[in-house]
Design a protein around this ligand. Structure first.
Ligand code: PLP
Length: 419
């Protein structure tokens, strides 16, 4: 011992061992991040190891089932690769793609367009646009239920995802009074997911106008996630782009190839900024700094954007036909089960049936997976009104697969309620 310091060799060895075993501590920012859609996979893997035949109705990936990316857009990517368009692209995307997105957006009435940027899926646009907006302690209004990426990113930024509730008794439309009651001086934005994931609701014009009014009165940036806007399943229902309703409102419209063009693995999405110039200028400079810092989205795959947006849209006719039949089966069969009620989705490929059960939806889904092999996602993973329970089901699978799964859920429910 020298003074207070212990210099015995065995002590040094112990200290070195202790340091080697010390864990790398993850950041606080990641503590609240969950993504229920993939989290249930752990439960599913355990059931599969027990020899259960699995039916995966948890992930919104059309290409796992009988939906295929059109050969024209695959050929465009192939041609781009052969033509050596394999270097980095401009940070906001190649001009041919940006021009096609602008044209397509104008046809939907979106404008005046202030900027268009191509990203690695809409997911990256969401991340970049929230990062450019939020400081720690700010809050953003997000729908409950809603797509969980928004709350994950807002948590990552040490900001607060502040839920507003969608009204199940009114076809899952947003409740304007509820939104208004949650705005305070740290509220910076409001997220609209239309058609919604996980409810499939398509929003009415008066509801969108109400959200725009609140956003303008409170200087909020609107994130309008319209990634399912071509997948409307009822003839009488029309999708309205939020940004088409008011040229002055500050809106980032999000879209991409994943859903409308059946190519989620391409990882190509985009953001379209619209609204009054004086509102958007500084913010868009911040967005562009972040876009430049990450170089670019995949270059050759961006060459699919123009042919996708400007080509024949036959794939959509077929997809809508299949999806509306599968939606009808879903709603009819689930509503016939005691303890389950299901609002009919008007768009996308998700339903969010309500459960009247003892215990939580997470427990219910865990047991369901173990006993039937049918994988759905607990409603708690999307946010829901306290005291209610739901699950999300993806109805992309062929009719006979869905019918088998819903029969299994019916049998399981009987025994679950009899317990
Ligand atoms: N927004 C919503 C509402 C989604 O449901 C999804 C994916 O399921 C995404 C964004 C992610 O889209 P992308 O594949 O373009 O990243």
């Amino acid at each position: 011992m020298i003074g207070q310091i212990d210099v015995r060799p065995e002590k040094f060895k112990l200290m070195a061992e202790f340091q080697m075993k010390k864990k790398i501590i993850p950041s606080r920012r990641t503590a609240k991040i969950t993504y229920a859609v993939r989290d249930v996979i752990l439960l599913a893997e355990a059931a599969a190891r027990q020899g259960k035949e699995m039916t995966y109705l948890n992930i919104g990936d059309p290409n796992i089932f009988d939906f295929k990316t059109s050969p024209e857009i695959i050929a465009a990517v192939h041609q781009a690769m052969l033509a050596n368009r394999n270097g980095y692209a401009p940070s906001s995307g190649i001009e041919a793609a940006r021009e096609a997105i602008r044209e397509n957006s104008r046809r939907k009435g979106i404008g005046p367009i202030r900027d268009v940027f191509v990203t690695t899926g809409a997911s990256e646009a969401i991340d970049i646009c929230l990062t450019a907006l939020l400081n720690p302690g700010d809050n953003v209004l997000i729908p409950a239920p809603g797509y969980p990426l928004y709350s994950a990113i807002i948590h990552k930024l040490e900001a607060e995802p502040r839920f507003y509730y969608l009204d199940e008794d009114n076809g899952w439309q947003p409740d304007l009074e509820d939104i208004a009651s949650r705005i305070d001086d740290r509220t910076r934005g409001v997220v609209v997911i239309n058609p919604n994931n996980p409810t499939g609701a398509v929003y009415r014009e008066e509801v969108l106008r109400g959200i725009i009014k609140l956003a303008r009165e409170n200087d909020l940036l609107i994130f309008s996630d319209e990634i399912y806007d071509s997948l409307i399943l009822d003839d009488g229902v029309k999708h309205i782009a939020t940004a088409s309703l008011d040229p002055e409102a500050a809106v980032i419209t999000l879209n991409g190839l994943s859903k409308n063009y059946l190519a989620p693995g391409f990882r190509i999405g985009w953001g379209i900024a619209s609204g009054a110039e004086e509102l958007m200028g500084d913010y868009l400079e911040a967005v562009n700094k972040l876009l430049r810092a990450r170089l670019s989205a995949s270059h050759p795959v961006q060459w699919a954007i123009r042919p996708a947006l400007e080509g024949v849209q036959d794939h959509l006719v077929e997809a809508r036909e299949k999806l509306s039949r599968r939606r009808d089966i879903t709603v009819e069969m689930l509503n016939a089960i005691d303890g389950i009620s299901c609002v009919s989705p008007e768009g996308a490929f998700y339903a969010f049936p309500r459960l009247e059960i003892p215990g939580s939806d997470a427990e219910f889904v865990g047991e369901l997976i173990k006993s039937t092999g049918v994988v759905v996602v607990p409603g708690s993973g999307f946010g829901q009104r306290p005291g209610t329970s739901h699950f999300r089901v993806v109805f992309l699978a062929p009719e006979e697969v869905l019918e088998r799964a819903y029969r299994a859920i019916g049998r399981f429910m009987e025994s679950y309620l009899a317990k």
